[in-house]
Design a protein around this ligand. Structure first.
Ligand code: HEM
Length: 307
């Protein structure tokens, strides 16, 4: 894999910054705010940023499978000969990086992939339930802010998009998949960016609401600390964007794959082409099965296929 060390460095940095963001949001609510609880009051509101950042930013950020690592391994080829082959493994999920997972079954890896998606969505939904409940108890109107409009739209689209890809796409005709994949890739990135913007708006709103004495503009420690949290989230997003948009870290075409040409796509399938693996992107990682699989499409236009 080209620039493998650079990739690893960026991946570790992204994980570190993402982890720090989660830590910072926890310190914010536990140290600077009242803490956590489910009482309809401020403690319940505090679950909102904690779960939003953990699920919708951190887990959603590390979850996609945008790139594949190609690595040599001793395995059997198409014709049953043993020897050093190139095998592939999704690398965006940190657990995939651990060598002991490389022999795990495809079912397990798919379950982890689907599970992380589900966890991200569930945490985001609970975070929104917490703030709705808080507004109900305090008799604060719902959905009046730009933050809430953008945030709820992003959440609904995220759930719809993943529901569609998990339950409907496998049965869709190839031609439809060819049209949808680039949109899926694009909307995945767009949603992630939108979530980061939503979080930054939410953090700023909250600081304006609560920092009265001393006020936000007098640089109180909570304001400086939380501004730093916002910067960390921005850096996390920047790193993830960079990783998933590097062409050299795109998933390589799999052996035996047939480029699926759409109007306007080139031979490499880089523009407008689709990456559809017959058994979803993770399947290719199975050492024995990968070469035999009937792969339908191919060059990954998308760095961020969550299939
Ligand atoms: C309110 C979504 C992250 C602060 C809301 C509401 C929604 C929402 C739908 C409206 C609740 C209602 O009207 O009853 C989201 C989503 C987030 C997110 C999807 C994740 C991306 C955050 C973060 C903070 C925050 C990290 C930081 C503290 C607030 C505040 C309110 C609020 C202060 C109440 C004021 C308002 O309605 O705008 N959020 N939020 N949000 N959120 Fe978020």
């Amino acid at each position: 894999m080209e620039g493998y060390r650079g990739f690893l460095g960026l991946l570790v940095s992204a994980l570190l910054v993402g982890f720090l963001s989660v830590l910072f949001v926890l310190i914010w609510v536990l140290h600077f705010r009242e803490g956590l609880g489910w009482d309809g009051g401020a403690l319940e509101f505090n679950w909102h940023p904690v779960l939003a950042v953990t699920g919708f930013v951190f887990i959603q950020g590390i979850e996609p499978s945008p790139v594949k690592l190609t690595y040599p391994c001793y395995t059997r080829d198409l014709w049953g000969h043993y020897g050093n082959q190139l095998a592939q493994r999704d690398i965006a999920i940190i657990v995939y990086r651990l060598p002991w997972t490389w022999k795990c079954s495809k079912l397990l890896m798919k379950s982890i992939h689907a599970g992380l998606n589900a966890v991200a969505a569930i945490l985001a939904i609970i975070s929104v339930v917490a703030v709705f409940d808080y507004h109900n108890v305090r008799k604060i109107p719902h959905m009046y802010s730009l933050h809430s409009w953008v945030g709820l739209t992003a959440l609904i689209l995220y759930v719809l998009q993943h529901g569609f890809f998990v339950f409907l796409l496998p049965w869709a005709p190839l031609s439809l998949r060819a049209i949808i994949m680039p949109i899926h890739v694009y909307s995945g990135l767009l949603l992630f960016g939108t979530v980061i913007a939503t979080v930054l708006m939410g953090v700023t709103e909250k600081l304006f609401f609560v920092l009265k004495n001393p006020s936000y503009h007098s640089f109180p420690p909570e304001g400086v600390f939380t501004n730093t949290l916002g910067l960390l989230i921005l850096v996390f997003g920047t790193l993830i964007f960079w990783i998933v948009t590097r062409p050299q870290w795109k998933r390589p075409r799999e052996p035996g794959s047939i480029p699926l040409q759409l109007n306007g796509s080139n031979a490499d399938g880089m523009e407008g082409a689709v990456a559809i693996s017959s058994a979803h992107s993770m399947d290719a990682a199975d050492d024995e099965g990968a070469a035999r699989k009937r792969t339908l499409g191919l060059a990954d236009s998308g760095q961020r296929s969550t299939m």
